[in-house]
Design a protein around this ligand. Structure first.
Ligand SMILES: Nc1ncnc2c1ncn2[C@@H]1O[C@H](COP(=O)(O)OP(=O)(O)O)[C@@H](O)[C@H]1O
Ligand SMILES: [Mg+2]
Length: 375
């Protein structure tokens, strides 16, 4: 997607020459002849960068800059001031009004382009850093068991950990979970042990004792391998406390949920920043996914955070294209995952998930794409 640049100057000749140069370099250009027009256009759709003249009719560039900074999201947009005013005082006034850079006219399009590239690259890095600084909860839930939910959760968690995110995977299956097995690990303790502590004693140290480290840096809070005894079942207060602590110590918490809408599941879904609803690529499972979406919607889960992922488990290519599945579902599908039984079976058997196999298979590529979309 092209970067959008808002060019603000009362000189139509300058707008045309710079506008053309940016356009040729592949940018999307929006122009404004004065302050109010610039503010209106920035508010309509935030640009990725703003080039701002100072001597404008009516409202001057310093004031426009201050007001741009107050728009929602406007505080992080790179703003370059471009002015005929070249005194040190003018530059200082520009920076204190919130500009990131200050250029004195005349300026060649080449220099302008270079400055823009530098600022955009910096702002992309900052954006990424901000994203990483916040802790995020991503929940995986299948429309039924056996659709490949755990496989997706485990692989997405591994990819995030490999990319340097401090990631914890929580296997929240009371009936026995297999995330540890997929990771080639045997848990000595599990959520079932944690459930025996009172909620107010669940602190970072206690959690740490229940986390299983993986060589990628991923940490797993495992489910028991066999079903919980009823007395060892996690309460929704436990789930709240665990999420509170984990989001303090990790910046990504991935939760593998059972296909059950119990109290604990709702705690996670209500707190999730992103929900992957996993289904199969056939008409019955897509029908089920439609009903799940309705339930999530009726419980006030924002539609925008829900991603439908369809796993092809029919074999060969599915009888339906992604577009057809989307029509049946009446909504977009984030990913259609290929049917790869041998690869998945081998992964489980050896405890080496697909994301770690480095064989550059279609499935591995799809998992990386999925991780990008969800994490
Ligand atoms: N894309 C796929 N193609 C073929 N088999 C898969 C795929 N994803 C998962 N599987 C297999 O399906 C079975 C169930 O997977 P799992 O991730 O445990 O599902 P769930 O968590 O939904 O119960 C496992 O044997 C797994 O290896
Ligand atoms: Mg599972």
């Amino acid at each position: 997607m092209a970067y959008r640049i808002l060019l603000v100057d009362d000189d139509p000749v300058l707008l045309k020459t710079l506008g053309l140069a940016f356009h040729r370099a592949g940018y999307e250009v929006v122009v404004a002849l004065d302050g109010p027009e610039a503010l209106r256009k920035a508010e309509e759709k935030l640009p990725d960068l703003i080039i701002l003249d100072i001597m404008l009719p009516g409202m001057n560039g310093f004031e426009v800059c201050q007001r741009l900074r107050q728009l929602p999201g406007g505080e992080h947009i790179p703003i370059i001031m471009l002015s005929a005013l070249g005194r040190v005082e003018d530059k200082l006034a520009g920076f204190s009004a919130g500009a990131d850079d200050y250029l004195v006219k005349p300026v060649t399009p080449q220099e302008m382009l270079t400055r823009v590239q530098v600022l955009l690259a910096r702002s992309a890095r900052l954006l990424e850093a901000r994203r990483h600084a916040q802790s995020r909860i991503v929940a995986f839930i299948g429309v039924k068991g056996g659709v490949g939910t755990t496989t997706l959760a485990v692989n997405v968690a591994l990819i995030a950990a490999q990319n340097g995110r401090r990631t914890v995977l929580v296997d929240l299956h009371p009936e026995g979970g297999l995330a540890a097995v997929q990771l080639g690990q045997v848990p000595r303790v599990s959520l079932s042990d944690l459930a025996q502590y009172t909620v107010d004693t669940i602190d970072e140290r206690l959690l740490e004792k229940h986390l299983l480290p993986h060589r990628t840096g991923l940490r797993l809070l495992p489910a028991p391998l066999v079903p919980h005894k009823v007395s060892n079942t996690l309460s929704s207060q436990h789930a709240q406390a665990i999420l509170d602590r984990l989001t303090q110590q990790a910046n990504l918490v991935i939760v593998d949920l059972p296909a059950l809408l119990g109290a604990v599941t709702w705690v996670v879904l209500q707190r999730a920043d992103c929900i992957a609803l996993v289904t199969e690529a056939d008409s019955i499972a897509i029908g089920a996914a439609r009903r799940w979406l309705e339930i999530l919607d009726s419980e006030g889960i924002v539609r925008g955070i829900v991603h439908v992922v369809a796993v092809n488990r029919i074999g060969g290519t599915t009888p339906y294209t992604k577009l057809q599945l989307e029509e049946m579902l009446d909504t977009e599908i984030t990913a259609l995952i290929a049917y790869t039984p041998e690869q998945c079976l081998l992964a489980s058997k050896n405890g080496i998930p697909v994301a770690l196999q480095k064989r550059d298979t279609i499935l591995e590529q799809q998992l990386r794409e999925l991780a990008k979309a969800l994490v």
